[in-house]
Design a protein around this ligand. Structure first.
Ligand SMILES: [Zn+2]
Ligand SMILES: [Zn+2]
Length: 444
């Protein structure tokens, strides 16, 4: 339990990840949480300890970045190696998408969500079965919003306090809210799936993600990175299509498709999933045997029965981007911005604040800074003018020979200010305290 870390290397810590090699596989962050909990430390602390003990830089992974551990990339492979070492397991590759680095682009190629999602129904089942609560890898798959087990909508917030959930909560306990501590398995307000065409796409995505997760241990060994290229070539040759016409049907640019075709660039995972949905093939088939997948592809491209979303949630809405850019530029060109906050501008544009920052980060930050400075200036100007007018009232009272009591002051002052009575009382106290030293300093 006390686990001084150098000894971790020689001891075996019997972490039993759940259901690796099945669609319900536990994800790496969840395994990390279990490991940390067993050692009575926070998951991030464990990461730091592993980092220093084995001199493997994890770049001081912060809580909000640990999601990458379920995806693929340098940090993921390093952490997986460390975790395998200390848990003495060689099958942890099935708890993340590490294998995908061979096939897909790492450039913004998010295969997992940034924020944690979970299924309340699954948590309920885990509690009833009295097994350790854990997160499924399938819940974290980007763009997938339904639970692969229950086919219900995943939640991302606590049912009680509505706060988003940390991927690796300090406690390491995954079915309790990381903010208020209430149980996340409460299925009373289980979100329901909307009955629109995107739901069919979600169900397809759930099935295909399950297949990929199930095959991940296998894929780790079998994929080489040429699969996409081979598949695209075979489709073009087999369907007798030109690159341009296929690109149009897949709603991507011919340049992009050309790059895949030449093997010069790789698609992002989300893009590839969308392409496969449009082509009516299973992404797993394209990776396992691109020749066969291309040969078995339905002939009628892009006649899917469901709506494949045109853009992923993180993609670009050109119209909105332009509207935002114009509005922000306009605000910046004014000597004083006509909005009081970025939130106000967002409401005017019928957009969210985060989309403003997303599309025009630098300029919006600049505008926010300007608004802030302007507000500070305005506040100070207001305070100064209030003091000045209070001083004038006090002077007149002195000249008229009225005793300087608070009641007398308030009677004269309240008519000429927008201040609250409470504020005016405070101000009077303050003025009486500073008046002697101020003397006749304020002559207008
Ligand atoms: Zn579920
Ligand atoms: Zn909560």
């Amino acid at each position: 339990m006390n686990g001084s870390l150098p000894s971790l290397a020689v001891s075996t810590y019997p972490i039993r990840p759940f259901a690796l090699g099945t669609p319900e596989a536990e994800c790496t962050t969840s395994i990390l949480c279990a490991f940390a909990k067993d050692h009575g430390k926070s998951p991030l602390r464990i990461l730091n300890l592993l980092e220093s003990t084995y001199s493997v830089p994890l770049s001081n992974l912060r809580a909000r970045d640990v999601g990458c551990l379920n995806g693929y990339g340098l940090m993921q492979s390093r952490l997986e190696a460390l975790l395998s070492l200390v848990t003495k397991r060689d099958d942890l590759g099935a708890s993340n998408f590490g294998w995908a680095i061979k096939v897909f682009s790492t450039q913004g190629g998010l295969v997992v969500k940034r924020d944690r999602h979970f299924c309340a129904a699954c948590f309920l089942r885990m509690r009833r079965a009295d097994i350790r609560s854990h997160d499924l890898l399938a819940w974290q798959v980007a763009d997938l919003n339904v639970c692969v087990v229950d086919k219900t909508k995943l939640s991302s917030r606590c049912p009680k306090c509505r706060s988003p959930q940390a991927l690796v909560p300090t406690s390491g306990v995954l079915d309790l809210c990381s903010k208020c501590g209430c149980w996340l398995g409460d299925i009373q307000n289980l979100p329901v799936l909307p009955s629109d065409p995107t739901t069919s796409h979600q169900i397809w995505l759930a099935a295909e993600a399950s297949k990929l997760i199930e095959a991940s241990a296998d894929l780790q060994r079998s994929v080489h990175g040429h699969e996409v290229r081979v598949f695209v070539r075979e489709v073009l040759a087999g369907q007798k299509l030109t690159l341009e016409s296929l690109a149009t049907q897949l709603r991507i640019s011919p340049d992009t498709l050309g790059d895949w075709w030449k093997g010069r660039r790789r698609p992002r995972v989300a893009t590839w999933m969308r392409v496969c949905a449009l082509l009516g093939v299973s992404p797993l088939d394209t990776l396992r045997d691109p020749f066969l997948a291309a040969a078995q592809m339905p002939l009628d491209i892009a006649r899917g029965v469901w709506a494949v979303p045109r853009f992923g949630p993180r993609s670009v809405d050109q119209g909105l981007r332009e509207r935002i850019a114009t509005a922000v530029d306009e605000q910046l060109s004014l000597s004083k911005p006509s909005v009081d906050s970025i939130a106000e501008l967002a409401i005017r544009l019928k957009a969210t604040q985060s989309s403003l920052y997303h599309y025009c980060n630098k300029k919006v930050k600049k505008l926010a800074g300007r608004i802030r400075r302007l507000k500070t200036k305005r506040r100070w100007r207001k305070i100064l003018s209030q003091r000045r007018s209070a001083l004038r009232v006090l002077k007149r009272m002195e000249i008229e020979g009225v005793r300087l009591t608070r009641t007398a002051f308030l009677r004269r002052f309240m008519g000429r200010t927008s201040m609250s009575e409470w504020g005016a009382k405070e101000l009077f106290g303050e003025m009486m305290r500073v008046r002697p030293s101020e003397g006749t300093g304020d002559s207008e």
